[in-house]
Design a protein around this ligand. Structure first.
Ligand SMILES: *Cc1c(COP(=O)(O)O)cnc(C)c1O
Length: 231
């Protein structure tokens, strides 16, 4: 079943790229494996998948220990400052930076471990109260402050779009994030590049690809529904 799901997602990504006139290589699929057992991750790994996304520090580090070393782990969930030290040298990209305080902690831990940490700024484009992330208006000022910190580098933006029935409803959200990344790029700020746009989940990744996503985060579409009752 996993293989079938994976192939369907891969096909839909390829089709969306073609529809948008983009190369398939411009879009990277992140398999969001939160709550799923390592056996399922291994199965997807064996099909060639190397990018995995987790939203909890403890789960990411536990899976990191037991799964193959060539996996790239993406931290996509809200990050508490006291947990930064556990993942700063394990995550290939932290998608969820939404405050100067968090960025300062990442920078400090990165200096200690002598690594440079790639990050994305999480923008709450739709301004949903339930979501983390900063507003579109706040983003440029925060990015400038963060870019001045050592051992950290801003690679782009991330957003979690609202849950909607019709993915078309999220098109303006994706378009807004893309425009914001263009605006920031045009400012040519030191230590900021805007090559990465992390947007699109199971429900809406095809629309996100049409609007310029370079990373799509797909969980349910690959692994099936999550069962939180067993955790
Ligand atoms: C869980 C999660 C996803 C994947 O969601 P699906 O709808 O299962 O594809 C993507 N991004 C973030 C930040 C998540 O927490």
């Amino acid at each position: 079943m996993l293989k079938e799901n994976y192939e369907i997602v891969e096909k839909k990504i390829a089709d969306a790229c073609q529809k948008a006139g983009r190369q398939r290589e411009e879009v990277t699929l992140i398999a969001v494996s939160k709550t799923k057992p390592v056996e399922m991750l291994q199965e997807i790994y064996d099909l060639g998948q190397r990018e995995f996304g987790e939203n909890k520090v403890q789960e990411l580090t536990a899976k990191y220990e037991v799964l193959p070393q060539d996996i790239h782990w993406h931290m996509i969930g809200h990050l508490q400052t006291n947990k930064v030290k556990y993942i700063v040298d394990k995550a290939c990209l932290i998608h969820s930076v939404d405050s100067l305080k968090l960025a300062q902690t990442i920078s400090k831990e990165a200096v200690k471990k002598n690594v440079t940490v790639p990050i994305l700024i999480e923008v709450n484009v739709a301004e949903e109260e339930s979501k983390f992330g900063i507003t579109t208006e706040e983003t440029i000022a925060l990015a400038e402050q963060i870019a001045a910190l050592p051992n950290l580098t801003i690679k782009g933006l991330m957003t979690i779009a609202p849950f909607v029935e019709d993915p078309e409803e999220n098109r303006p959200v994706f378009r807004k994030l893309r425009q914001l990344s263009v605006d920031i790029d045009n400012k040519r700020i030191d230590n900021i590049t805007m090559g990465v746009l992390s947007m699109g989940m199971t429900n809406d990744y095809e629309v996100a690809i049409e609007e310029g996503a370079t990373l799509v985060r797909v969980g349910t579409g690959i692994f099936g529904e999550r069962d939180y009752s067993k955790l």
